[in-house]
Design a binder for this molecule. Structure first.
Ligand SMILES: *Cc1c(COP(=O)(O)O)cnc(C)c1O
Length: 365
């Protein structure tokens, strides 16, 4: 087995889904699983979410939708990103719902449609994000026009918040107003990301799309929601160095005194950010130790001082060990970025392991 892995605690993931469910009541639950389900593993998470009763999955791109269908996931899937003309046949073939974000895109679909099933589309309205989507008036005019087209059926209408990470934001209120003032049409109305779901219950409407929250990192904790993601490895090498000796490329760290150095087989080639050089921490035997020297492509070094550490010991880079924890937020703030980007940075070289029990209790501390 690869000595570095991402561990997903499935019972916790299911608890999160149940907690969000409870929070939103009868509102439909769409889980965005784009970008490899925020690093948690696209198909495994899609399958778990479908089994746990999520109503719909959302992805950014066609390719992600195809992967989910090939994994035999049958619940509705919405492709959020703007579509391209050469994707239309596949969107239909794989039974994917998709966004129409302009009149131009709608006309493309009409041109490319070859009969058969109607496309199930969601009108995307821009209420202030200024990324994709039509103005409310344009969306309504288009809605009336396509009502008698054979190629598509409007099943949803949605918009996206730009500033919903905190409560009582005046711009969020403007976006809610712009969206809810539109003429009611017989389609699923959806507006809320995680921030909206937590802080603006009045905007839940017919469906919500909280992703980060479902993975346990909401802007505010609700119910039993907690992270289900850990990044773990095993000490691969151990050495003793003398005072004044430099470590790793460029010798950016020099030992103050004689000390013990453990090597961990993870680096920026796995997506563990080099910005964490001489800043990040690692848990070994239930204690926090600093990363010393520059992080390499495949390895990094940890100063364990005078502590006993052995090759094969578990090293936790994100998550809990004993009574200690390195949180995703801590890593993100050390990298001067947001939790989303850290989760998305871990690549395919790190296997995802799905556990049915929280194994962090099994290791010595
Ligand atoms: C990614 C995405 C979401 C989920 O955002 P979170 O902040 O993770 O809840 C919701 N809606 C759209 C349109 C998205 O692109």
């Amino acid at each position: 087995m690869h000595p570095t892995w991402i561990e997903i605690d499935l019972p916790q993931f299911r608890k999160n889904i149940a907690a969000v469910r409870k929070w939103i009541g009868k509102t439909l639950y769409c889980l965005p699983v784009k970008a490899n389900a925020y690093g948690h593993g696209l198909c495994a998470i899609g399958r778990e979410a479908a089994a746990a009763g999520v109503d719909m999955l959302a992805v950014a791109h066609l390719q992600e939708g195809i992967q989910l269908r090939n994994a035999r996931i049958a619940i509705p899937i919405l492709v959020l990103g703007a579509i391209h003309e050469d994707q239309i046949q596949s969107l239909i073939e794989y039974d994917l719902e998709f966004s129409i974000s302009s009149r131009f895109k709608a006309e493309l679909v009409r041109e490319k449609w070859r009969g058969g099933k109607k496309c199930r589309i969601h009108l995307e309205v821009d209420t202030g994000m200024k990324r994709t989507g039509m103005r409310p008036e344009t969306a309504m005019a288009l809605y009336r026009e396509i009502a008698d087209w054979d190629c598509m059926e409007v099943v949803g209408i949605y918009s996206h918040f730009a500033t919903a990470d905190a409560p009582n934001d005046p711009f969020v209120k403007k976006q809610i107003e712009a969206f809810t003032q539109m003429e009611r049409i017989p389609a699923i109305r959806h507006l809320c990301n995680s921030g909206g779901t937590v802080f603006y219950p009045e905007a839940h409407l017919d469906m919500v799309r909280p992703s980060l929250l479902t993975f346990g990192y909401g802007p505010k904790s609700i119910g039993e929601v907690a992270p289900c993601f850990s990044l773990k490895s095993k000490v691969s090498y151990f050495k003793v160095i003398e005072a004044g000796e430099g470590i790793s490329y460029g010798h950016t760290y020099k030992a103050a005194g004689k000390t013990r150095i453990a090597t961990i087989p993870i680096g920026y080639g796995d997506g563990y950010r080099r910005a964490l050089s001489n800043k990040g921490m690692v848990l070994i035997r239930g204690r926090r130790f600093p990363i010393v020297g520059n992080i390499c492509m495949d390895q990094l070094m940890v100063d364990v001082g005078q502590n006993e550490v052995y090759v094969g010991d578990e090293a936790v880079l994100i998550g809990k060990q004993g009574n200690e924890e390195i949180s995703l937020h801590e890593i993100a703030s050390l990298c001067d970025t947001i939790p989303y980007e850290v989760l998305c940075s871990f690549n395919e070289r790190i296997p995802r392991i799905y556990t049915e029990t929280d194994s962090s209790d099994l290791y010595p501390s």
